[in-house]
Design a protein around this ligand. Sequence first.
Ligand code: DGJ
Length: 594
Amino acid sequence: MLKDAITNISVKLLYGVYFEKDVITRAAVFCNDSEETVQLERLMSASIDFMTGDYDLIGLFGHHYFERQTDRRHLSHGINELGSFRGVSGHFHNPFAILCDRNTDEDHGNAYGFALMYSGNFIFQAEVDGYSQTRVAMGIHPKQFRFTIHPGECFEAPEVVMAYSDSGLSGLSHSYHRIFRENACDSPFVNCKRSIVINSWEPFHFTFDSEKLLETALLSKELGADMFVLDDGWFGARDNEKAGLGDWVVNEKKLPGGLQAFSKKLHDIGMQFGLWFEPEMVNEDSDLYRAHPDWCLQVPGRAPARSRHQLCLDLSRPDVCDYIISAVNAVLDEGGIDYVKWDYNRYVCDVYSRYYPADQQGEIYHRYILGLYRILDGIVKTHPDILFEGCSGGGGRFDGAMLTYFPQIWCSDNTDAPSRLVIHYGTSFAYPVSAIGAHVSACPNKKTGRTVPWKTRAVTAMHGTFGYELDPAKMTGEERNECALYSECYRRHQDLIRTGDYYRLSSPYDNSIFTAWQFVSPDSSESLVCVVTQDISILDKNSYVHLRGLSEDAFYEVEQTGQVLSGAALANIGLLLPSTQPQYSAFIYYLKKQ
Ligand code: DGJ
């Protein structure tokens, strides 16, 4: 504990040590034991000093459809900074950073990771001083942050999960994957096989009726799906983006008999039922807004900034949180729902709460996040039998704190396989594959217009919790056969994908020929290797994929080729890829120790 003897103000530093995972967590608690009220303007969760400044900084940046691209740069003198000031951890910068030696690669060198367990505004700073020493600080972004702490009150800054690897970036990722999966995530589903879902959004958007949905569910069951997820559009007057958000009452014109009747029909054909919500938002054209116009964040007297025609509910207000908990629970408590997709589709701005006085407006960004966690406690934790998946305009809120509630998070609205290769690659530095929502969608892809083979889309979607975003009624016979085949393939290998040690075998930025990744079972007796070719230059030369994580002196049979090769040969020489393959071909190899 650090105490100021004159004012009686103290800061407690809280540490957690996960020895076997090479992880230390650090949080800070500010306590005002003085006689006076204090305005807290900045409290970093962690501040760590390094003796040199000779590091690279790796961060994850991006935008909607282009999440978690990797950016590696040399630290320079002065402050090197990453952060989000959008009220949410965000598409633009992720609350995760790596400092590493200049020559650190996947297998060699020192790497230090920092992940903030927080879903709101954050800052990461690495300051290289005049002596070329580095000070890292990470915590809630101090911009527009001003918290009133009365005598006797405390303020808790969120935890930073810090990991260290002396064997490169793979080792660091393994520590994060384990700590998020084994220690952070509270969901009972984290260790379970996940259902293969078919989601209604990409094929139907807001235009559907229950007959069409049931036909889709039935067809997709034949193709291997276990769960039908009804996305946006099932409630209130939600026929487009402009109306209905906030009114969590089923639209019986689309679903006669309501959710229960629809769920029963799905369950009768052996399909589970998933449902979409966006509980933190409201359209002005909604019954909720008409009844409570003061329930959204809005600067009085000014026109609000709208994004996707919606406003953010004011989650700093206890009455708004109570309403959301009871409105969503009213739907879930009726039963019949096996999965919820929790969406969040705009950033927070116009940060003014009519519930708090003017001098407390600097608390609203943080109070929003505290309100969000209270809501999630009141909904997610009270429904342990429902699998919750996080989402935010794709993967705009992919952070450690969200993973404590959601064992899986929709990774991106970009379902184009080549784009996903890069998004999955970046995401994997911090977050486990078991948490990455990845689906096969129709071609030409709605976002990029690109057409790639079915197998490539399927292999790419196996980098996560597998599913579909398409209309099976529009598939050809050949596509149906492939679809059924790869549903089965995922089902067979999903334990390995979910719990195996994950290796990035190549970088989509550096290797123009292929992108490859590998899962290895904890006892290294099995492995799955996935490869997607990037470039037709594979036609011209022999390309080998060097495997990792296998026992060097053991022999492995490669199921697809019948070869038996030693772990050492697979690591040092590699698996030879077939030649004469067009761009965006995919290969999958299953290896079993002899
Ligand atoms: C954004 C999500 O990322 C999509 O998957 C879909 O659920 C839409 N929102 C629905 O509005």
